[in-house]
Design a protein around this ligand. Structure first.
Ligand SMILES: [Zn+2]
Length: 257
């Protein structure tokens, strides 16, 4: 999933709720603390994790329990276009109510490790110029989600883990970054403006050879979605990342309980 440099300029678009007159049939947008309003919307058919088929339906307006991290993520979901986004072919699109809830569900499944202040926004564009790429992230912390992120068979949790892990990598201190590069077999080529070159054999995804941060993001995605494969393909990286991140997330979860 592509990443590049962009200069960040904050454009904040606040959603201004229209004032609704009270009628007995109106459902109030006011929800109890810890819950949020979900407007009536068409829901696509889907399979539950246990394999049960749920058919398409119109979901009525209702109040829903806030997902984990709701207060943090709510303001990160942006309705405008990411400023200075380089690909003009990629058109802005409105989040549907269903997509927004799915996004909040997925973000709620990630540990607090991923609640980074350096995430400047999560934006919605239609189709990547690298279709079927489901998401992109810019060096200044803007994440873009494309239509294909919502395709059947895609894991939004995995996609978000991947994109946010690019930012985690860019935020690493020098000694942490050097330690990762060493354990993952990235070596500087001879010249002073050197790029890193991959020297190890196994990659969970072939594009991990492109750059250390792509490699890191892939490995983090697998650490949380398919740790067995990461352990099998890159055992040293598995141990390093597991020690640093997975354990931390597990201990956070323990504290919550
Ligand atoms: Zn990527």
């Amino acid at each position: 999933m592509k990443s590049f440099y962009l200069v960040f300029l904050c454009l904040f678009a606040a959603a201004v709720p229209a004032f609704a007159e009270y009628t007995p049939n109106n459902i109030s947008n006011e929800c109890d603390k810890g819950r949020h309003h979900v407007a009536s919307h068409p829901r696509s058919a889907y399979y539950r994790s246990d394999g049960t088929y749920v058919s398409a339906a119109t979901v009525r307006s209702h109040c829903r329990d806030n997902q984990n991290g709701f207060e943090f993520w709510r303001d990160k979901i942006k309705t405008d276009r990411p400023d200075q986004w380089p690909y003009t072919e990629e058109k802005s699109k409105k989040w549907s109510v269903e997509e927004k809830e799915k996004l909040l569900d997925a973000l709620g499944n990630l540990g607090n490790l991923f609640n980074l202040d350096s995430i400047k926004g999560i934006f919605r564009l239609d189709r990547s110029i690298y279709y079927p790429n489901p998401a992109s992230v810019s060096k200044d912390g803007k994440i873009v989600i494309y239509d294909s992120a919502f395709d059947a068979g895609r894991s939004l949790d995995g996609i978000l883990t991947h994109e946010i892990s690019h930012i985690l990598y860019w935020n690493l201190g020098k000694s942490e970054k050097d330690a990762y590069l060493k354990i993952a077999g990235w070596e500087k080529s001879g010249n002073p403006n050197a790029q890193y070159i991959p020297t190890r054999d196994g990659y969970v995804e072939p594009d991990g050879r492109l750059s250390p941060d792509e490699d890191f993001a892939n490995n983090m995605e697998y650490l949380f979605s398919n740790p067995q494969k990461l352990r099998e393909v890159s055992p040293k990286i598995f141990i390093w990342l597991n020690e640093k991140y997975q354990k931390k997330i597990n201990s956070n979860k323990d504290v919550k309980k």
